[in-house]
Design a protein around this ligand. Structure first.
Ligand code: ZN
Length: 277
């Protein structure tokens, strides 16, 4: 009897998350093209017919229609139920494990998820996500100063701003430095703003950690992809392909913000004296 409420609450977390995920799908599709995320209503990605509400049920619709659109029976991308399921799972993880400002952490996780897919699709991370995220981060830190290890609302907000500037300034300097030596763009401005957003929510420690772990993920990806290509006998030059860095940063940041205490706190205090901050 005691396990029923727990499993029910997990179901509530998952369903709520999946509904949010459905909205994130709209953001992923529309924000890069500067379209409104409110109007018009959801429409078919092939024939542009409006989708009635009963064909707009997160996850279930895709399986119900066997991965095809109801209007023109064309392929419905598996990404839709995937984003909805991942958001549902994120809601469970945040709801069960995160104790410090879970609503703020879930918001950041959603922003990171949108950034992940838009960067893969278009090599761009919309300003609505990054700059909007910085504003949201500062506001959340006013209401939950503990996010920035601060005692008062005002201090939380000021630290959020300070960490945004630190993250963006530091990274912009690093990117310019790398660009000078590599003679090509080392990091997009979208990545700089994305790290500013992470800094606004969780501080510079999570930013440092995300860059470090993101670069590690990126290196592993390159090695595995190169090995697979060699194994298949393909001669595509992976190094000459533009691969966005944003998705690696977002996955790394998610690994950190969903842990409590944040992994970055141990990592940063190991290599730097946190007492300095
Ligand atoms: Zn259609």
């Amino acid at each position: 009897m005691t396990t029923l409420p727990a499993s029910l609450s997990l179901l509530v977390y998952f369903i709520s998350g999946a509904i949010v995920g459905s909205f994130l799908n709209v953001c992923i599709l529309r924000l890069p093209g500067h379209q409104s995320i409110v109007k018009p209503r959801s429409k078919c990605c092939h024939c542009s017919k409006p989708i009635p509400w009963f064909y707009n049920i997160p996850i279930l619709t895709w399986f119900w229609l066997k991965g095809k659109t109801a209007c023109c029976r064309k392929r419905l991308p598996i990404r839709y139920p995937l984003v909805e399921s991942v958001t549902g799972l994120l809601a469970i993880v945040v709801g069960v494990y995160v104790r410090t400002a879970p609503i703020a952490i879930f918001t950041l996780a959603c922003l990171l998820l949108v950034a992940f897919f838009t960067d893969i699709d278009t090599m761009l991370i919309p300003d609505e996500i990054t700059l909007g995220g910085i504003v949201a981060g500062c506001l959340f830190c006013f209401f939950y100063p503990e996010l920035q290890r601060a005692q008062t609302p005002l201090m939380g907000m000021l630290r959020s701003l300070q960490n945004t500037c630190l993250a963006m300034g530091g990274l912009f300097g690093f990117a310019s430095f790398a660009e000078f030596f590599l003679k090509k763009e080392a990091m997009g401005l979208g990545d700089v703003k994305l790290l500013g957003c992470i800094g606004a929510f969780c501080g510079w420690q999570t930013c440092c950690f995300s860059i470090f772990l993101g670069a590690t993920f990126g290196t592993c990806f390159f090695i595995i992809a190169a090995l697979v290509q060699r194994f298949k006998g393909k001669r595509t030059h992976l190094m000459h392909k533009m691969i966005p860095f944003g998705p690696f940063i977002t996955v790394a940041a998610l690994c950190d913000i969903l842990m409590e205490p944040h992994f970055s706190e141990k990592y940063v205090s190991f290599i730097l004296l946190e007492k300095m901050m």
